[in-house]
Each structure stands twice: as structure tokens, then as C-alpha cells.
Design a protein. Structure first.
Length: 339
């Protein structure tokens, strides 16, 4: 339980906007890793992001790592939340935390359908897809060294580590055979991107982790949830975003291709072209990133499935993992890409 009176005192001590005004708060979202609350002081609004008491100890480092990225994005073209303040001292609220600007708009997360006008106007809906691709295209252009993130990740040897890292991870949790895993892994070992330009990557880029401004035309308001953020290969974010994108977004099955209705969205080729234009990066090696994204996501979801117990949500990961591994192996076999 957050001591909001103590938080108000801490904010006042730092002379933050709204100093002296009563602090009002409301819960926005949260789970075992983070809690997010809106903070209101007079006309000022911001958001606190803090690990709950039961979160693992390493979330303290994780929350400060997130802050570094949020702060580094200030002054860039990347849609982002404003960096307000950070507290590294766990004695204040029990865990380190940071404050970020409140973003006006809406999140696709937790919605059964698109809000108006994107629910019925497919032309307007297409803009959501283009904006989603543009977010990571802009992110890929940020000079991470100039922004003080030179030590955030380990960009050297990024691709050389991927197969060994996730194969080792799977071996620790393995409870069943995953057909296609070995075939995709072998293909990834034999291939590399055409080029590799390190940069900031989100790590879990999808509709669930962005916010849009209200109304049309579609406008990305912020990239959010930087738990997996690092310095690596930004094009893996593109592969992650597109790994479940339907080939034909006009087909009826596009409604069920992902957790969102993708009918009316740009095609994969259109999104690739838009990303390439905005980012200045080539996308001829996208098959490599799609295979890696499907294969890696399969391993990540397998961890949830193996610990599912009676949790129906985690149990549902089981067949999804098998599909991802099958698709990764099939794409590896059929792709004409040669590095």
C-alpha cells in the first residue's frame, strides 16, 4: 500500500508542480511487477510507477532502468511520457519509483473493440497500424550513446547470443517437446541480418504497449511499459510487432489473427515500407527477424504454460507456443532469405 501522504511530502521537498496542493490518486493498472496510479494535485497530473511490495528484489533495478529510458527520450521525436522525477531511495515508499507525465488518450489494452471512429471507419483504422510502425521507426533513430544509454545493454554480439540464450532458458523450464524449435534454432544459427545498427529497443512492442491520442486521424501519444527495454537491435521490435500480422488484412480471418481486430489495417508490406522510409533502415532481411520473434516468443510463453497450474489464461499459451514454433520452422524452411 503506497503511503500517498509521504509521497506528497517527497514531491514538495523537490518542488515538483502542484507543491502544497492536496494529493488525490486513482489506481490505473498493476500486477505482480508494477503498480501504476494517477496522481492529481490541483491542475497538475502525473503517474507513479512502482513495484508492489511482493515484487522480486530485482524489480528495484528494473524500475530505475525504465526511468533511464523514459528520461532519455525527452527531447526526441519518439512519442513518450514526460520524465518528471525519480526516487532511488526505497526508504521513502518501500521501493524505488518514478513519476512520469499523464498522457491524454487511450490504450488498446483490455479493449474488446476499437474505440470510435476506428471501430467502423476502416480508413481511419489503417492509421493506427501506420502509427504503430512509426513509433519504433522513430525510436530506432535515437542516438542511444548521446542520450547516456551507452551502458544500458550489451549490443556487441547481440545476435550471436540469441539462440544460446533462449535455448538455455528453455532447457531450464522444459516440460515437453516443441516441434519446430530445433529447426528454427538451426536456421537462426546459420543466418544473420544484412546489417546490424544497434539502438534502443522496446522489447515487447505491440498494440498493448502504446497509447493513442483521442479521435481521428490516428496519432500515437506514447510508447509505454519499458520493462524489457534495452540497447540491442531495434528491428527485432519490428519483427515482434509483425510476427502475427496477417498477410491479408482484408480477409475475414484478420479479425482473429491477433488479440485485436486487424481488418482494414495496412498490409505487412505497407508497414515494412513505412518503417523503412521513416527509420532509414533496410527491411530486406525481415524474415530473419520474423523467425527470431516467433521462436523467442514461443519460448517466453512456454514459461507461462509450464507454470500454469489451474490458471486458464496461462494454460491457453500451450497451443499458441506450438503454433509459433511450427510457424517459425515453416518460415525458416520456405524463406528465400540468405544472409
Amino acid at each position: 500500500m503506497i503511503d500517498f501522504d509521504r509521497l506528497a511530502d517527497w514531491m514538495d521537498e523537490r518542488g515538483l508542480p502542484g507543491k502544497g496542493a492536496p494529493l488525490e490518486h486513482s489506481f490505473l493498472s498493476g500486477g505482480t511487477q508494477n503498480e501504476i496510479h494517477e496522481i492529481r494535485r490541483g491542475d497538475e497530473r502525473c503517474v507513479i510507477r512502482i513495484p508492489p511490495p511482493e515484487a522480486p528484489a530485482d524489480r528495484d533495478k528494473g524500475i530505475l532502468r525504465e526511468w533511464r529510458i523514459v528520461e532519455a527520450l525527452d527531447g526526441t521525436e519518439v512519442p513518450h511520457t514526460k520524465a518528471v522525477a525519480v526516487c532511488e531511495d526505497a526508504a521513502v515508499l518501500g521501493r524505488p519509483f518514478y513519476l512520469m507525465g499523464f498522457v491524454e488518450g487511450w490504450s488498446p489494452m483490455g479493449r474488446k473493440s476499437w474505440p470510435a471512429p476506428f471501430d467502423t471507419d476502416l480508413t481511419a483504422r489503417a492509421g493506427l497500424g501506420y502509427q504503430l510502425a512509426e513509433g519504433i521507426a522513430l525510436l530506432s533513430k535515437v542516438d542511444y550513446k548521446a542520450r547516456g544509454l551507452h551502458d544500458l545493454g550489451r549490443p556487441e554480439g547481440f545476435h550471436e547470443r540469441q539462440v544460446d540464450r533462449w535455448t538455455s532458458f528453455l532447457s531450464r523450464i522444459k516440460g515437453r517437446e516443441l516441434p519446430g524449435f530445433d529447426e528454427a534454432a538451426a536456421w537462426l544459427r546459420a543466418h544473420r541480418p544484412l546489417d546490424y545498427r544497434p539502438g534502443i529497443m522496446h522489447g515487447d512492442y505491440q498494440f498493448a504497449n502504446v497509447m493513442f491520442a483521442d479521435g481521428a486521424p490516428a496519432k500515437l501519444a506514447a510508447l509505454v511499459d519499458w520493462e524489457m527495454g534495452t540497447v540491442g537491435d531495434p528491428k527485432l521490435d519490428l519483427g515482434w510487432m509483425l510476427q502475427s500480422w496477417p498477410e491479408d488484412t482484408e480477409a475475414p480471418e484478420a479479425a482473429d489473427a491477433s488479440y485485436k481486430d486487424l481488418r482494414g489495417m495496412p498490409s505487412r508490406e505497407q508497414l515494412l515500407a513505412h518503417y523503412a522510409e521513416v527509420s532509414g533502415r533496410q527491411v530486406d532481411d525481415i524474415d530473419y527477424y520474423l523467425v527470431l520473434a516467433k521462436w523467442k516468443l514461443g519460448v517466453v510463453l512456454e514459461q507461462g504454460f509450464q507454470r500454469a497450474g489451474g490458471d486458464e489464461k496461462l494454460q491457453a499459451f500451450g497451443p499458441i507456443v506450438l503454433r509459433l514454433m511450427r510457424e517459425a520452422a515453416q518460415l525458416a524452411e520456405s524463406s528465400g532469405y540468405r544472409s
